[in-house]
Design a protein around this ligand. Structure first.
Ligand code: DLL
Length: 433
């Protein structure tokens, strides 16, 4: 029997934690004997595999970071020999080298299984036709989603990114019922569908979006605009790719595939675990990975965790919608600001369109922030006073949200660049040296 089938549907927490404990012991043994980096790290702390006897010993283990992956570029953290690695993905680092990950056949099967569970949770079955509009290639989004859709039995249409008109034509002609893409790209697709008067010609019912931070308001907006159910899927290439966690019909947090990925939330300052419900940095230990298993990997994603049973009946832990990343936090005039806070503030103003750009600069040693946001066309033909009033109103809403004054510049629809992959919402021109 394949190892991952040990996890029964809706195990009790005790059963699940028992399984996690056993898998943790096995995974720690595996990395100790197959990855020099981990052997040395553990030895430096006076740790032997035998010291890890279950979940209660997890906090003895050292953390792993993105820098560790960069420092061992390209394959230094691989535990399986090249002959067992059937696929490689890489994520582009903002600085320095890409981080490279490798999968064995078994890893790929588990990945597909995890995406399938997520899709089933979102109501997708073999009766669906699903367009995958994440980028195919080194990014995990395209291929990760692709094999998950196939494994579900649904029909996959591998669109990748890049041709919205063709995507919509096929959506209409094929009777596409599901789509997987970034939420910002789906908003762009929705905009194009409406412009073309195509809304009543599509059969779309479900979207499974992720790969970038977004707000609950944006999720609801997508649902309303396209008359569909829209779900939040999370993942990162270091741990697997899409499907590490996904929300359910109740939208009360993202269920973690806990039999494969052990989550912790830690304080980014003390690095100690925080209580359930408290916001901190999400850390994962892989439990069944063969290619590149990671122990206590610091994701830098900020969220909180709940281990209460969900209304949907699932017992797996849920992580809340992401509050941002500990490393995309902007410090503006000494104040910590997350771009998602500005996005949430903009969504409160009904006249704004969901496309914006935050431009940060430093003039005379003072941080300046300009938020460019698209508003409806009519404001540019109406009296200039209306435009000014709206600008002041938005500046007020943002100031209330983040505590500092920003300059708002309203721009016409379609002025700001549209993303087909991950959207870029911040341009930081400051130089820190
Ligand atoms: O973005 C994997 C993925 C593809 C997830 C498609 C979902 C859908 P990376 O390129 O390694 O992998 O980027 C991982 O993206 O640490 C988060 O900061 C962010 N992220 C991913 N999903 C979400 C989400 C893919 N649902 C990084 N909400 C992660 C917020 C997300 N942030």
């Amino acid at each position: 029997m394949a190892i991952w089938n040990e996890a029964k549907e809706c195990m009790s927490r005790d059963e699940l934690e028992n399984l996690q404990g056993k898998r943790l012991v096995k995974q720690v043994n595996y990395v100790y004997h197959n990855v020099e980096f981990y052997r040395k790290r553990m030895q430096a702390q006076g740790l032997e595999p035998g010291d890890i006897r279950g979940l209660e010993d997890l906090n003895k283990l050292p953390y792993t970071t993105k820098d560790d992956l960069r420092d061992t570029y390209p394959f230094g953290l691989f535990a399986a020999p090249q002959s067992e690695i059937v696929r490689i993905h890489a994520s582009s680092g903002t600085t320095g080298k890409a981080t490279v990950v490798g999968y064995t056949r078994h890893d790929i099967d588990i990945w597909s299984e995890c995406v399938t569970r997520a899709l089933v949770q979102c109501g997708i079955s073999k009766n669906d036709i699903v367009q995958v509009a994440y980028g195919y290639g080194l990014f995990t989004g395209g291929l990760g989603a692709h094999y998950g859709v196939e494994n579900t039995g649904a029909t996959v249409v591998p669109m990748s990114t890049g041709n919205t008109k063709k995507l919509i034509t096929m959506m209409k002609d094929f009777g596409v019922t599901g789509i997987m893409c970034t939420p910002s790209y789906l908003l762009h697709i929705a905009e194009t569908i409406k412009e073309g008067g195509d809304l009543d010609k599509i059969k779309l019912k479900v979207a499974v979006c992720g790969a970038e931070p977004w707000t609950e308001k944006m999720r609801q907006q997508i649902e309303e605009e396209l008359h569909i159910n829209c779900f939040d899927i999370y993942g990162l290439s270091e741990i697997m790719g899409p499907g590490v966690a996904c929300d359910c019909l109740y939208h009360k947090g993202l269920h973690v595939q806990e039999d494969h990925f052990l989550p912790e939330i830690i304080s980014k300052d003390t690095l100690k675990p925080v209580a359930d419900g408290e916001v901190g940095e999400l850390v994962f230990t892989t439990l069944t990975k063969e290619g590149i298993p990671l122990i206590r990997y610091r994701t830098k994603d900020l969220t909180s965790i709940s281990r209460e049973k969900c209304e949907c009946g699932r017992t797996t832990a849920r992580i809340a919608r992401f509050k941002g990343r500990s490393d995309d936090m902007l410090i503006l005039r000494g104040v910590n600001v997350f771009p998602s806070q500005i996005e949430a503030a903009l969504l409160e103003v009904s006249e704004t369109l969901p496309h914006y750009m935050i431009i940060v600069d430093r003039v005379n040693n003072l941080d300046t922030v300009e938020v460019q946001v698209e508003v409806e066309e009519r404001f540019f033909s109406d009296e200039i006073r209306e435009l000014e009033n709206l600008t002041r109103r938005i500046e007020g809403v943002i100031k209330t949200a983040i505590g500092i004054a920003v300059k708002v510049k309203l721009v016409e629809p379609k002025t700001l660049a549209r993303a087909e992959g991950k959207s870029v919402h911040v341009i930081d021109k400051r130089v820190f040296d």
